[in-house]
Design a protein around this ligand. Structure first.
Ligand SMILES: Nc1ncnc2c1ncn2[C@@H]1O[C@H](COP(=O)(O)OP(=O)(O)OP(=O)(O)O)[C@@H](O)[C@H]1O
Ligand SMILES: [Mg+2]
Length: 467
């Protein structure tokens, strides 16, 4: 870990001029800039003004003593290590100072070497704290990126609801097409809530058959069913104190819907095969890409559960309904994937951006992300329309131009190259699909790719490896 570098500086606080001078000499020789103060009040003012990297301070001083000054400084600048000094070495004050978070203490008169060592240790601690703060900031930046992107009115109003609802325990129902960002929003709610340090547990309600799903959610007792060789806590117990995302809630079998309703209303349940009533404190966020109202009408989803879940409904619009957010997503994904692939962030040409903005994106943000990941890897500094092959409507594909010179054989050769190149682009470089589209064998295609040197363009065999 690279240590953050801060100016080596120390604020020396003592009511005796001789002590201040002595400490100043020692600190200066050890390479520190110094500031001097004669009482606690001055020390507080100077800390605010100069932000020293270390403070060394006497305890017994007039106006404001060292303990009181330390308390105030520590409250305001917890990152600055403070060494306290006492002429008396009374254990009580020392214990008190350490309990309040002082870095260390010195008993006066002290040895110069000891003082220097302590100063250096305090300074190193200060650097480490600065570095941790920096790391935390970095993490925050990443977190920001993972939060809801977009400036469209729809996304803005989602932001507001998330902000208002995060601090509460209200159940949230997130609806929206696949890949639109429902899970991202559920996580944002969790991370902005007081539950953020407790688990965020996701359960896909459609992933398991009814029996297994019940034990997955509520746990089971030993011997509850064949194969239940030991007691196992369910996801609700694991999520205690945190948030549970019930994904694909529309798929939850009817029998489990009753049990879930009880958890929502009473916060209690029993494990499968158990009699003990378990109480949990879990915030529920449910998500679905289905029309739940329709499922209620079809008798597949309980109306009472539906209303209990949608205390706060959030609808995430499809990407095509918030086209104005696409440039921000493009920028985000291009940076992210370039970063992951350790390549320069490519430029997206205006034409490519236009094309990206007018695609219908049935797979929403996820699909846009996938297309850009591929484009970033294949592009060489610039993402142009040709790097987004699958997106180009057939009528806009480059027309095969008939060469105007050369022998019949040469002209045919060039036309053939263009036909194969276009077909490869249209099929994202996938050789199997391209061969099918051209109605030739895969071997014949490979031969042609080789013959025309198309393997080097990012559309031949090399591109295939990336899939
Ligand atoms: N606002 C956003 N900011 C950053 N990334 C996003 C955003 N919305 C979606 N994504 C990205 O798009 C992908 C799909 O998002 P997510 O998994 O949240 O969708 P979903 O609606 O839960 O999809 P599904 O219905 O398929 O479960 C993820 O990789 C996610 O990182
Ligand atoms: Mg999801």
């Amino acid at each position: 870990m690279q240590t953050a570098t801060l100016t080596k500086s120390v604020l020396i606080v003592d009511d005796q001029l001789t002590v201040r001078q002595l400490l100043h000499e020692v600190a200066r020789k050890a390479g520190y800039d110094t500031w001097l103060a004669e009482n606690g009040l001055k020390a507080l003012e100077m800390t605010r003004e100069c932000s020293p990297s270390v403070i060394i301070m006497d305890i017994k001083m007039p106006v404001m003593d060292g303990l009181e000054a330390f308390r105030l400084i520590h409250q305001e600048f917890p990152e600055i290590p403070v060494i306290l000094m006492t002429a008396y070495g009374t254990l009580d004050t020392v214990v008190e100072a350490m309990k309040m978070g002082a870095f260390d203490y010195l008993v006066k008169p002290s040895n110069v070497n000891e003082l220097r060592l302590m100063l250096d240790r305090a300074y190193q601690m200060r650097c480490m704290r600065a570095e941790l703060a920096e790391l935390r900031n970095e993490l925050k930046k990443h977190f920001q990126l993972e939060t809801i992107i977009g400036k469209s009115p729809a996304v803005q109003s989602i932001y507001k609801v998330v902000g208002r609802v995060a601090q509460t325990n209200a159940t949230v129902l997130i609806t929206g097409e696949s890949g639109s960002g429902k899970e991202v929003i559920a996580q944002t709610i969790h991370r902005n809530s007081t539950r953020r340090d407790n688990p965020f547990i996701k359960v896909n309600c459609g992933a398991l058959p009814e029996g297994l799903m019940e034990s997955e959610l509520f746990g089971h007792e030993k011997g509850a069913f064949t194969g239940a060789v030991a007691k196992k806590p369910g996801r609700f117990e694991l999520a205690n104190g945190g948030t549970m995302l019930l994904d694909e809630i529309g798929e939850l079998p009817l029998a489990l819907q009753v049990k879930l309703l009880r958890v929502l209303q009473e916060k209690t349940f029993e494990r499968v095969g158990g009699t003990e009533t378990i109480k949990v404190d879990v915030r529920i966020v449910a998500a679905t890409n289905r029309n739940l109202e329709e499922r209620v009408q079809q008798g597949l989803f309980r109306a009472d559960l539906f209303y209990r879940l949608k205390v706060v409904p959030i609808h995430v619009p499809a990407l095509r309904e918030r086209v104005e957010d696409i440039p921000a997503f493009v920028d985000y994904f291009v940076r992210r994937y370039a970063d992951e692939a350790h390549v320069e962030v490519p430029i997206v040409s205006p034409e490519a951006l236009k094309l990206l903005c007018r695609c219908p994106w049935p797979g929403n943000v996820r699909e846009l992300g996938n297309v850009l990941e591929r484009a970033v890897i294949l592009s060489q500094g610039v993402i142009d329309v040709m790097d987004l092959p699958g997106l180009l409507p057939a009528e806009e594909l480059p027309v095969v131009a008939v060469p105007e010179s050369g022998t019949y054989r040469e002209q045919m050769h060039r036309v053939e190259k263009q036909i194969i190149e276009n077909a490869l682009r249209q099929n994202n470089g996938n050789r199997v699909k391209t061969a099918k589209a051209l109605d030739i064998s895969r071997r014949a295609l490979l031969y042609k790719i080789d013959e025309h040197g198309l393997g080097q363009t990012g559309l031949g065999p090399d591109a295939q490896e990336i899939e």
